[in-house]
Design a protein around this ligand. Structure first.
Ligand code: 5GP
Ligand code: ZN
Length: 113
């Protein structure tokens, strides 16, 4: 389901441009428009899900597809074997776009959380 005021739904529907890194029937991986690391991609489910709390038991396949996309990226992108996966959940945690996504960060030495 597409939400007309959602920037990620518009990207998924190809109504807004984005650099697509990988895509399958469940998720898309795009370059972040304001990268915080040499490699900064966003792994986004094609279904509009607001945040982690909004995931339902029948979304288990989508959640798995997000993690497996990270597996694919880390195995195929040079220098991305070490990577950090971040999901900002809720405004107070830094979530700005309210369509579930996972940040894939790599390409530099990063500190432990
Ligand atoms: P959040 O803070 O919600 O976890 O992260 C949202 C991310 O989406 C930010 O890193 C921001 O740079 C990225 N972003 C916001 N709008 C766009 C856009 O139109 N295109 C792309 N590629 N990334 C976006
Ligand atoms: Zn959306």
């Amino acid at each position: 389901m597409e939400f007309s005021d959602c920037v990620f739904c518009k990207i998924i529907a190809k109504k807004l441009p984005a650099t697509v890194i990988a895509e399958n029937d469940q998720v898309i991986a795009i370059k972040d428009i304001a990268p915080k690391a040499p490699v900064h991609y966003l792994i986004i489910p094609k279904k509009h899900i607001v945040d982690v709390q909004s995931l339902q038991p029948n979304d288990a396949g989508i959640a798995a597809a997000m993690v497996l996309m990270a597996t694919h990226l880390s195995k195929t992108l040079p220098g991305s074997q070490a990577c950090k996966l971040v999901m900002n959940n809720g405004a107070d945690a830094g979530q700005v776009v309210f369509h579930l996504h996972c940040h894939f960060l790599s390409g530099k030495k990063m500190d432990a959380l």
